[in-house]
Every structure is written in structure tokens, then in C-alpha cells.
Design a protein around this ligand. Structure first.
Ligand code: ADP
Length: 483
């Protein structure tokens, strides 16, 4: 099968969150099964052309965005240590920005133009390289307009009629909504407007939801949740109408990156058989973070975008009680200035127990996964969540709110029965969060049971191979719709 995988971020080239992890790992797993899958992503300013060995493949694609002319070149590189092809879309909008979508909490004003250019360049590019995919797999709002362009193209050009589309929703809250006047930039007939119109605005996500042959999201629970008012962010009725075409496939983890036995960023590598060595990572983390160095003080890690979605409001409220328990916490995150301020303040209030790192730092993230006893994800919603799956691999026990992919993967630990694999709370309140932390800290005292729990979670297999096979069947379903 020929698959064109379209994503606005891909590990190791550019990342803001889980989408990049997925886009960096799922295509590799599909490629290994033997399919011809190629990735298409923007060439951001921060991507180092020399380091990744980018080569020009197509130059001088000219696009009309309304009255604006956009020039696009496409470069090519290989995913490190594989033959998997990655195409990079070079255009002024991406060259001009230091980050991917926003800076200091503010969206770039040309996001609509940038990602429309990205999407609009895809079909002419594929025609130039004379490569006609069976499947175009778009991910999140940044690539959703391509689903619409393909739908129109299929009608107009029979040579594209059998190209099926899959649209994956990694986070329903990010919809790519813009003022309706931007519709003219698409260069499509007026009757297409209805496929994008969303409460008087233009919504890229709506185009994906309405036009894709198959819709997918990143966990079974989130696939159901987004069809409800509580989690659908206004798209619930559209999704419910298409309910038969909505699937949920749990994300995997790339164990070539996330593996304590091979992780180059750890002071001491370890596996389930050498679990006692994990403690050296904890001691080193405490030392580098300026906390008291002691194996017996429970250490809670957090690595997260600092966004309202991630539960920082209730965590802020619960912090005093949590700190009163005498545990330590290391937070790594960046995002909303409101939470920067809140946690900076808390860090100053509890200098001996809490260290706050307001940054994006992949190496520190790995040291936190390895050096923590517990990993906290108090999200108000969570499409899949990778933190809990990564934590399992590092023998770090998750504390989560029961929502989305967290509800599919984390279950309350019962020391008597030896069941469960973490600590779960249901109500989105500071009290419920605190109670689950308290249960976790209590369980941590029972060294024998804790070690068994760690060994159990480290033995899980959340590698991409199982999920990749599910994506292949999903692609088959999409293909069946166009044959
Ligand atoms: P989301 O995509 O909503 O941000 P996920 O749990 O799906 O959440 O994925 C988050 C990914 O981003 C994980 O790999 C996590 O380790 C990483 N991450 C988040 N914030 C940071 C940060 N400040 N520094 C390094 N890695 C981060």
C-alpha cells in the first residue's frame, strides 16, 4: 500500500507534543511491515537542513492563496536509521517563525495562510513526483484542508478517484478556526463553504470530520467521548452523524527512544531485571534539581504542556496539601503564561520540595521519567496521553484522571489483590486529585508491593507494532469506500 502521512510535527525534526511522537513512530512501524509510506511536513526555521541532510526534490511550486502568490519548494530526507522518506515543505510562512504554531501563548497571525499553503502544495507535489498514494492520512487541523482538496480533486480528476482519506484527531480542542473571510484563500467553489462553516467561522477540523472517508482518534475512550457534548468541542453532532466511520486506536510508544535500558540521557541505564539501578537516576535527578537527595522521599514527576487541558488548575489548588505530605515534585513544562506564573510562585514557596523547569527539554524529560517514583497526569481531558505509557516503561507509576486514553490504560492499584497499575481519580476536583496522590504515597511505603508493581508495568508492551497493524486495517476500510 502507498500511504502519504501528513503531519505538522514529526519527531525528531519538530515537536510540541504527542502528535510529533505519533508521526515519528507510526510511519516507521508501518514501513517495517512493508508498506511504502512517506511523511509530509513543514520545513520550520528551526529544522537543521544540514544535520538531517535535506535535499531539494521539487522547486518552484506556485500556489494562489486568494490574491496572494505562494512559492513552495519541497526537500527530502530520510527518517534517521531508516529508508523512510520525509518531505519538507519550504515556504516563507514557515521560514519566518521561530516556533510551530504560537509564541509566548499567542498564535501566529498567519497560521491560516501557512497551513493552507502546506495542504495546497500536496497534490501538485505528488503529481510532480508522479507518486499516487492509495491513502492520504491527515493529522489534526493543520492538515485537515488537504482532505477537502482531495475530495474536490477526486470529483474533477478520475486518476485520483481511488485515493482514500483518513483523518486523525489528536486533540479535538485545536480546530484551526479562522474568520470566514479567509474562505477565499482556499480557491474552492462557494458550495464547499458548508464543509468548513462552524458557528460563523471557518474550521479546518470540520473539513476533516465531514470529508474524510474514515475518521480516527487516538484511544477507544476518546473516540466515544468526542461524540458527547462534554468533550466534542462543538463537533459532537457532526461526529455522531458519522459514528460508523469513527474509530479509536490507542497510540504506542517508540521504544527506540523511550527505553531505560538504552536511554543515553540517564546516569544509569536499567531494565526490569536491574530495577535497583533506577534509584541512581532518582538520586541524580534530586541532586541536579536542588532537592534533598534521599531514596526514601517519594518523588512525583510531571512533563507536560502547561495548558488548561492538563489539569493545572486543580493541581494548583491541591499543591499545598500535596506538599504537606513531605513528598518532592519536579515539573517540566511550558505553555500558558498563567501557569508559568502560578508554578514559579509555588516553586518559590516550596524550594526544598518543588523544582519547576519552565522549558521544553527532551533530555530532562527522559531523566524525569527515569528518576521519578510517580508520574502525575491530572488532565481534564486526554485523547491518549503518552506520559503514562512512557512512565510504565521506566517503572514509574502514573497518577491520572480517568479520561480518554488514560482511562483505557491506567487502573487503580489494589495491593491486596495485586491488581491495577496506577492511581486513578474520577472527579475533576483538587480533592479527588489529592486523595489519589495520598493513596499513591501510602502505597509507595510498601517496598515489596511497589517493586512488584514496577516490574509489572515495565513488562507491558505498548510498542507501535500492534497499533500499526490496526492502522493497516483502518486504511483497508478507507480503501473499501473508494473502490
Ligand atoms: P500532548 O500531545 O497533549 O502534549 P501527550 O501526552 O500525547 O500530550 O504527549 C506529550 C509528549 O510531549 C510526551 O512525549 C512528553 O514527554 C513531551 N513533552 C511535553 N512537554 C514537554 C517538555 N516541556 N519538554 C520535553 N518534552 C515534553
Amino acid at each position: 500500500m502507498k500511504i502519504f502521512f501528513v503531519s505538522s510535527e514529526v519527531v525528531p525534526f519538530a515537536k510540541t507534543g504527542g502528535l510529533a511522537d505519533v508521526a515519528g513512530a507510526l510511519p516507521k512501524a508501518i514501513f517495517r511491515i512493508g508498506h511504502d509510506i512517506r511523511i509530509f511536513m513543514p520545513l520550520y526555521k528551526k529544522i537543521d537542513r544540514e544535520k538531517w541532510g535535506l535535499k531539494l526534490v521539487v522547486s518552484g511550486i506556485q500556489l494562489d492563496l486568494g490574491n496572494i502568490k505562494e512559492d513552495v519548494d519541497v526537500y527530502e530526507a530520510r527518517m534517521p536509521e531508516t529508508n523512510l522518506v520525509v518531505y519538507f515543505v519550504d515556504n516563507a510562512h514557515f521560514k519566518d517563525r521561530d516556533e510551530l504554531y504560537c509564541l509566548g501563548g499567542k498564535d501566529y497571525p498567519d497560521n491560516c495562510e501557512a497551513f493552507l499553503t502546506f495542504c495546497k502544495a500536496a497534490i501538485p507535489f505528488l503529481e510532480k513526483i508522479n507518486w499516487r498514494p492509495d491513502i492520504v492520512h491527515c493529522n489534526d487541523w493543520q492538515s485537515a484542508p488537504l482532505v477537502l482538496y482531495l475530495k474536490e480533486k477526486r470529483k474533477a480528476d478520475p486518476s485520483w478517484a481511488r485515493c482514500a482519506t483518513v483523518y486523525s484527531i489528536h486533540n479535538m480542542a485545536y480546530q484551526g478556526n479562522f474568520v470566514k473571510e479567509k474562505f477565499s484563500l482556499l480557491g474552492l467553489p462557494q458550495d464547499v463553504f458548508a464543509s468548513l462553516e462552524f458557528y460563523g467561522q471557518l474550521s479546518f477540523t470540520k473539513a476533516g470530520v465531514v470529508c474524510a472517508d474514515v475518521i480516527n482518534t487516538v484511544s477507544p475512550t476518546y473516540a466515544k467521548e468526542i461524540q458527547t457534548k462534554e468533550y466534542g468541542c462543538g463537533m459532537e453532532d457532526l461526529l455522531t452523524k458519522r459514528s460508523k466511520d469513527v474509530y479509536g486506536i490507542l497510540n504506542g510508544v517508540d521504544y527506540e527512544i523511550w527505553n531505560p535500558a538504552t536511554d543515553q540521557n540517564l546516569v544509569k541505564r536499567y531494565s526490569a531485571n536491574t530495577l535497583s539501578l533506577k534509584a541512581q537516576n532518582k538520586l541524580a535527578l534530586q541532586k541536579e534539581q536542588g532537592l534533598e537527595v534521599s531514596e526514601n522521599i517519594p518523588l512525583i514527576g510531571i512533563v507536560s504542556r502547561l495548558d488548561v487541558q492538563k489539569g493545572f488548575d486543580i493541581l494548583g489548588e491541591a499543591m499545598e496539601e500535596i506538599m504537606r505530605q513531605g513528598c518532592q515534585m519536579v515539573l517540566l513544562g511550558t505553555g500558558d503564561p498563567k501557569y508559568h506564573e502560578l508554578f514559579e510562585k509555588l516553586g518559590k514557596k516550596y524550594p526544598k520540595q518543588l523544582e519547576v523547569n519552565l522549558a521544553f527539554d527532551a533530555a530532562l524529560a527522559e531523566r524525569i521519567y527515569a528518576g521519578s517514583d510517580l508520574f502525575l497526569i491530572p488532565s481534564c481531558y486526554e485523547p491518549c496521553g503518552l506520559g503514562q505509557l512512557i512512565s510504565f516503561k521506566y517503572g514509574t507509576i502514573p497518577i491520572v484522571r480517568k479520561t480518554g486514553g488514560l482511562a483505557d490504560t491506567v487502573f487503580n492499584f489494589d495491593v491486596e489483590r495485586g491488581e491495577g497499575n496506577g492511581f486513578v481519580f474520577e472527579k475533576y476536583t483538587a480533592d479527588a486529585l489529592f486523595n489519589s496522590v495520598k493513596r499513591a504515597l501510602e502505597a509507595f511505603k510498601n517496598k515489596g508491593a511497589w517493586k512488584n508493581l514496577q516490574e509489572k508495568v515495565m513488562s507491558y508492551d505498548y510498542s507501535w507494532s500492534a497499533s500499526a497493524k490496526k492502522y493497516i486495517s483502518l486504511y483497508m476500510k478507507a480503501l473499501n469506500k473508494v473502490i
